[in-house]
Every structure is written in C-alpha cells, then in structure tokens.
Design a protein around this ligand. Structure first.
Ligand SMILES: NC(=O)c1ccc[n+]([C@@H]2O[C@H](COP(=O)([O-])OP(=O)(O)OC[C@H]3O[C@@H](n4cnc5c(N)ncnc54)[C@H](OP(=O)(O)O)[C@@H]3O)[C@@H](O)[C@H]2O)c1
Length: 287
C-alpha cells in the first residue's frame, strides 16, 4: 500500500523534521497553521475528502507551557478540541498518529513513567494535552499516541538554541537543577515516527525520548562542553545550578518525568542513543 499522509503542524519543530526525513515511497501532504486550522472541523472534512489519506500525523499543538496558564481556553481548544475534530473527520480506515508530553505526569514518581502509569498534570498545558489523549482514545481507540519530552533541533526556538545564544552573550547563567527528564532530538523522534508509520498494528500510547536522564543544568553543562569542543562557542562561562524555587515560572513542571520506553523498543525494534550522543549529532549540523 502506498502511504498517503496528511501532516498537520508540518512547519513546527517536529513537523519540519518529519518532512525532512520522509521516506521516498510515502506521499506526504503538509499543512501549516494558516492553511489548516486544526480547530476547524469543515477544514478537516474537506481536506480528508480531497486527499484520501491513509494516515494523518498530527504534529500541531499549542506548546507554550507558561503562556497556557493565562490562555487556558486556547490551549484546550488546540490540544483537545483539535484532536477531537480530527478524530471525528478522519476517514474510517485512516490511521491517526498524535503526540503528547511527559507533562501529563505529576513528577513525584522515583522511577521512569510507563505509558499506563497514573497521570496527574501540574500545568494547564499538561492538562490540555492529557485531554487530547483521552479524547482520541475514546473517539478513535486505534490511534497511536507518542508521548515525548524536552524536544530540540538545530533550528528554531528550543533550549539548545537559547543556551547557545545566552552562552555567547553572558558571563554567567543560572539553570534549574531539580527537574529531571530526558533531552530528545526531534530528528530522531521523526525517524521513530516513520517506524510507527510502517507498522499499523501499533495502537495506543507509547513513550519516546532519547536514552538517559538529566536536569536542565546537566543539559546546559553538556551543551556548553560540546559547543566549546566543536568551536561553536569561543569562551567558557560560569553555569550556576539553582532550584525551581529560585526560578519561578507561571507553569509548574514535574520534578521527574523520565519516560519508560521498554514497550516502544520492542514495538519498533529501535532504542536510539544516549541523549549526549544525539546532542552531538544536532550540534554538528550547526558547523
Ligand atoms: N517541544 C517539546 O519540548 C515537546 C515536549 C513534549 C511533547 N511535545 C509535543 O510534541 C508535538 C510537537 O511539538 P513541537 O515542539 O514540534 O511544537 P511546535 O514547534 O510548537 O509546533 C507546533 C505547530 O503547531 C502549529 N499550530 C498551533 N496551533 C495550530 C492550529 N490551531 N492549527 C494548526 N496548527 C497549529 C504551530 O503553528 P504556528 O507556529 O504557525 O502557530 C506549530 O507549527 C506536540 O504535540 C507537543 O505537545 C513537545
């Protein structure tokens, strides 16, 4: 079967890399937020009628974690009502692949979260993404949802690029050292998405991040170390480890949100690499 794929949110961080890594045999139809608003049911219906997709990949989302605290309605509209409309309009035999977040978890567990572990989002963003998951699982239980975390890529607005910019401009930076998760290359996730596309039997919720765990401070230290080694930065600056209390943000984030990928490794026969190795691959794209 030739896959005909509609990609929503195709110009965001993950969407761009899904586009870049598309296998030759796949016919991909990519939409940005201006051509296709995922909160417009009529648009879903007419696009799917015209294009007859075999799979719809939804990389569109409201992802501004702190702004969501004051834009609750918008966050829920894009992250929950959007997926509901997608599920309603999706043709009968068409598959949905959707993304969610480690922020659906409360963060008080001591061991990596399994897909079936109890959710308890601490933020509006996390709650809106959880509502999107639940809606999809009720309306289209055969959908595939990939929860991921701490995404970054060579381009665009993300922690790696923010750190590189600030490290070049400042003499000292203070970074939170009591929130733990896993930095994850959006490029590798995009490759993982294509493995999921290749197996239509994979339904339900899966977890994907690169391997290992880190605090934001650990991540910043490694970014600086590798960037100096590669010549992307010319001077070493002082990095100060601080607590979440010392860096208050509108949204509460989980203290610990490492995801257990055991089921995914078995499902797609791929385990990825340590986050430090993935970071190196991304930084090398900047040379
Ligand atoms: N980034 C992370 O660290 C992270 C962590 C865990 C999970 N995730 C999940 O991974 C997925 C991809 O995230 P990402 O980092 O690629 O996010 P992103 O860069 O913010 O991309 C999201 C895309 O969605 C589009 N969008 C927003 N509202 C829309 C609407 N109403 N209709 C159509 N498109 C709309 C945005 O377009 P405009 O820019 O034009 O608004 C943007 O291109 C999301 O489901 C996210 O929740 C991300």
């Amino acid at each position: 079967m030739q896959e005909r794929i509609v990609l929503l949110g195709g110009f965001g961080q993950l969407g761009s890399l899904i586009q870049e890594t598309v296998p030759a045999k796949v016919k991909l139809f990519t939409f940005n937020s201006k051509d296709f608003d995922i909160c417009n049911l009529a648009q879903h219906q007419s696009v799917y009628k015209d294009l007859a997709p075999t799979t719809i990949i939804n990389a569109a989302a409201y992802t501004q974690v702190d702004n969501a605290e004051s834009e609750q309605e918008r966050a829920f509209k894009v992250n929950a009502q959007g997926p509901a409309m997608l599920a309603e309009a999706c043709p009968k035999d068409c598959r949905i692949i959707h993304f969610s977040t480690d922020f659906v978890f409360g963060g008080l567990q001591q061991t990596a979260y399994k897909p079936e572990d109890v959710t308890a989002p601490a933020s509006i963003y996390g709650a809106s993404k959880l509502a999107g998951e639940e809606t999809l699982m009720v309306l289209r239980p055969e959908s595939t949802i990939i929860r991921t975390a701490w995404l970054y890529s060579a381009e665009g607005h993300n922690f790696v690029n923010t750190m590189l910019k600030l490290m070049a401009e400042r003499d000292e930076l203070s970074i939170v050292n009591d929130q733990f998760g896993t930095p994850t290359s959006a490029r590798t996730l995009a490759e993982v998405v294509w493995r999921f596309v290749a197996n239509r039997e994979l339904k339900g919720i899966y977890h994907w991040t690169d391997q290992g765990e880190a605090s934001w401070y650990d991540f910043a230290v490694e970014i600086q170390r590798q960037a100096l080694e590669l010549g992307l930065l010319s001077k070493k600056i002082s990095l100060r480890a601080i607590s979440t209390q010392e860096y208050p943000t509108p949204a509460q984030r989980p203290e610990f949100s490492v995801l257990d990928k055991t089921a995914t490794y078995e499902a797609i026969n791929f385990e990825g690499q340590k986050w430090q190795d993935e970071l190196k691959k991304v930084l090398m794209l900047k040379l």
